[in-house]
Write a protein that binds this ligand. Structure first.
Ligand code: SF4
Length: 535
């Protein structure tokens, strides 16, 4: 029985609220110890962190990059990203006080670390993937690639396309014209008042209107210069706040920001390769798959992607590099089918005869000279015979009204497309494509929905890539920690300090065997360990 109405806290006058040792602030099973063990196992100088190889020098010593990396890892894992919030947490969060040994870096120091070390952060991210590979947490045979849009530190209004600039110039022209008319009317009124002897000669709004017109003219000149800059350069958009952010659309979503490309391994859904781009998914299949293949050191690699990645050039490059790609073929715009005419699908290629067979069963033969089409592909043209088409009953469904024969352009590497088409029609392809979203959506779902990271806090490719490296590293880190458990994770990190990565794999296997044997012994009914006296 209690004689108090509520639970009461400790008295603020009591001398020892916290344990006397900082070491006792966190328990032995606290995951923050995993961050400590991981960062301590890194060779920060080799990874390129600023100040990492600093010797004894005069003046105020900087913060150890290891401490700032621990702070960022802890922050990103616990949804604290801004440098000001990290500064506050370092002063009041017991886990951070333990991790940083009571160091309290200022927000500028914290922010500069993320800006200056973007390359090193990428290297740490890659190093962690290599570590996961060495300890057998990546399968290395099947990966899925996809892109996700993240907001940049820029608004949609700060990004201009050519069309928007042209519209802005047209609007400014109208405003200038309207103000010009007002100015003329004002001048006429003032002149009339002077003739009547009513005005004092200095009144009216002519001065205000003149200033407004000058301002509008200056805005128009700037917009015109921006438009000319876009038209003469290779950029399609102009971003005023973050020079590298772009207006990007996917489905019904449009963001002012970046497209994060990720390659995810099938075994434990770890991100094995990633890159931040500011364009659509198209054209990134081969680069991403190749990056993953290099990290995984795989002889061959199966890559799954959605239809947005379909590109004949990428399929060819993948095949050349031993990458087996599964991408739903692009359906095209189906213009001919909409018109009720035969499309390419209605013509079959006969490799023995090197000819296409049309729906009427006639052959389209190749012309001698290849040609380069509008997208730069070298193609061979196959033509039907005019005399046969003239009397063909299917002519109306096959030829354009003014055409005399049917022509089909065949890419010089069309066999790549045909092999891919056959692969996509195989029994495996359906099962693999069903697994694709489950593999690749896992990290994005976790990062965007659980951690709430939908935007970048920094600007420009370099810094954004550094921040993405932190997000990807924290995702992989948390996942590996959940898979291994704290004890085995710390054992792995301790082993990396003593052994190179390759030897680490053997050490981890030994640790796993010992731990498995231990738990088997514990679980068995007559276990000697179960009957050991406690204390
Ligand atoms: S029009 Fe010519 S190419 Fe077309 S189906 Fe008839 S024969 Fe074949």
């Amino acid at each position: 029985m209690t004689n108090r109405a509520f639970k009461t806290g400790e008295s603020r006058d009591q001398a020892n609220l916290l344990p006397p040792r900082i070491e006792d602030y966190v328990g032995p099973d606290n995951p923050v110890r995993a961050i400590e063990s991981f960062v301590c196992a890194l060779d920060l100088a080799k990874l390129g962190f600023r100040h990492a190889d600093r010797g004894m020098e005069v003046g105020q010593p900087p913060y150890d990059p290891a401490d700032l990396l621990k702070l960022y890892l802890y922050g990103y894992i616990n949804q604290v990203r801004s440098s000001r919030r990290l500064e506050r947490e370092a002063c009041r969060n017991l886990e951070l006080i333990w991790l940083l040994k009571n160091l309290k870096p200022g927000y500028r120091t914290i922010a500069n670390f993320r800006k200056e070390n973007w390359k090193a952060l990428k290297a740490v991210n890659r190093g962690f993937v290599l570590l996961a590979r060495e300890i057998g947490l990546v399968g290395g045979t099947l990966v899925a690639v996809d892109g996700a849009l993240f907001h940049g530190d820029a608004s949609k209004a700060s990004i201009f396309t050519r069309r928007r600039l042209a519209e802005q110039i047209a609007t400014l022209d109208k405003e200038i014209e309207a103000y010009g008319k007002s100015l003329d009317a004002n001048d006429a009124t003032e002149a009339g008042q002077r003739t009547d002897g009513q005005g004092d000669g200095g009144g009216g709004h002519g001065g205000d209107l003149g200033a407004k017109v000058t301002e509008l003219m200056a805005r128009r000149s700037r917009a015109q210069a921006d438009l000319e800059g876009l038209e003469s350069g290779d950029k399609r958009q102009l971003s005023l706040t973050d020079p590298d952010a772009r207006l990007l659309s996917k489905g019904d979503q449009t963001v002012a920001g970046y497209n994060v490309q990720s390659v995810v391994d099938d075994k434990h859904k770890l991100i094995v390769a990633s890159e931040v781009v500011n364009s659509s998914d198209a054209g990134h299949l081969h680069a991403m798959a190749k990056a993953a293949k290099e990290v995984l050191e795989a002889e061959t690699l199966q890559v799954l992607a959605d239809a947005g990645y379909y590109s004949s050039a990428d399929l060819k490059a993948c095949e050349d590099d031993g990458i087996v790609a599964y991408v739903p073929p692009s359906e095209g715009n189906g213009m001919l089918e909409k018109q009720g005419r035969f499309s390419l699908r209605d013509f079959s290629y006969d490799a023995t005869a090197d000819a296409y067979r049309c729906p009427a069963g006639e052959l389209l033969r190749p012309t001698k000279k290849p040609f380069t089409n509008t997208s730069g592909r070298v193609e061979i043209r196959y033509l039907s015979r005019k005399a046969i088409c003239d009397r063909c009953p299917l002519r109306a469904r096959c030829l354009a009204p003014k055409a005399v024969q049917r022509s089909i352009g065949r890419w010089e590497h069309e066999d790549v497309i045909e092999r891919h088409r056959a692969r996509m029609q195989s029994a495996d392809a359906g099962d693999l494509m069903r697994r694709r979203s489950g593999i690749v959506e896992h990290p994005f779902g976790t990062i965007k929905c659980r951690a709430g990271y939908r935007h970048f806090l920094v600007r420009g490719f370099n810094k954004v890539r550094g921040e993405w490296s932190l997000m990807a590293l924290c995702y992989n880190f948390t996942r590996v920690l959940n898979i291994l458990g704290l004890e085995r994770f710390i054992a792995c990190m301790a082993a990396t300090l003593a052994f190179p990565l390759r030897a680490l794999a053997a050490v981890v296997c030994c640790i796993q065997l010992v731990l498995d044997a231990f738990w088997t012994e514990i679980a068995s009914p007559g276990s000697r360990l179960c009957t050991l006296p406690v204390g």
